[in-house]
Write a protein that binds this ligand. Structure first.
Ligand code: SF4
Length: 218
């Protein structure tokens, strides 16, 4: 069994945060997905497992995205924005991420989240964040051993800070170097940020290209 298979096997059984376990299992399906079977477990990260040099860290799965489809950044509007940018940066085989069977592959990239279960209102408590980071994100960073990390939003950065033991101020478009790993910061591609123009597709593509260049992905 590879580290990834063992990691996922263990992760999807996690029930350490009672509030999040309850929410992920009880969240009401949207009418348009009412016939679908929701995943309702910790949502697996994915990517170019054996060749990843760039790690993308989101906040947490979306209620009707990853918590429905069972794959991080899959099936909601944030995922479509991110994958359009990844495709434009030459890091994804397709400009979308719809389901676990959509045939999309990532190149040089591993996608994960600071918190692996959907939180109510996209807001994990500080205890939930710390618990999830110490059990899962810290281990993933060790296993993947990325050269570049892209933090999508402040909470993602906070999770990375806890995992790697540093402090930095979140500033969209900037980066910080920690023991040879460069951590790039971007606003999260949430509808609130993308619909208002706070995060534009070309801005995210530029950050991904910087991460790609630093990681040495050709
Ligand atoms: Fe486990 Fe993380 Fe889910 Fe908490 S949020 S139950 S630590 S997987």
């Amino acid at each position: 069994m590879s580290w990834y298979e063992g990691f996922i096997d263990e992760l999807i059984k996690c029930r350490l945060c009672p509030r999040l376990v309850k929410y992920r299992e009880e969240v009401k399906p949207l009418p348009k997905f009412s016939k679908e079977h929701y995943w309702r477990k910790p949502v697996p990260p994915w990517g170019d497992i054996n060749n990843a040099k760039i790690m993308i860290v989101g906040l947490a799965p979306a209620a009707h995205g990853g918590n429905r489809t069972g794959r991080m950044f899959t099936g909601d509007s944030s995922a479509q924005f991110l994958f359009k940018a990844l495709y434009m940066a030459g890091l994804s085989s397709k400009p979308y991420s719809i389901s676990r069977n959509d045939g999309v592959s990532l190149r040089c990239v591993y996608i994960t989240s600071a918190v692996k279960c959907v939180p109510p209102n996209n807001k994990p408590s500080s205890d939930e964040l710390s618990t999830c980071v110490s059990h899962w994100l810290s281990r993933e960073i060790k296993y993947v051993n990325p050269r570049s990390i892209v933090a999508l939003g402040r909470i993602a950065l906070l999770g990375i800070e806890q995992a790697l033991g540093f402090k930095a101020e979140f500033k969209h478009g900037s980066y910080v170097d920690v023991n040879g790993v460069r951590i790039f910061m971007s606003y999260h591609p949430s509808p609130r940020n993308t619909n208002t123009g706070r995060l534009k597709i070309n801005d995210l593509v530029s950050i991904l290209l910087l991460a790609k260049d630093y990681a040495g992905c050709t």
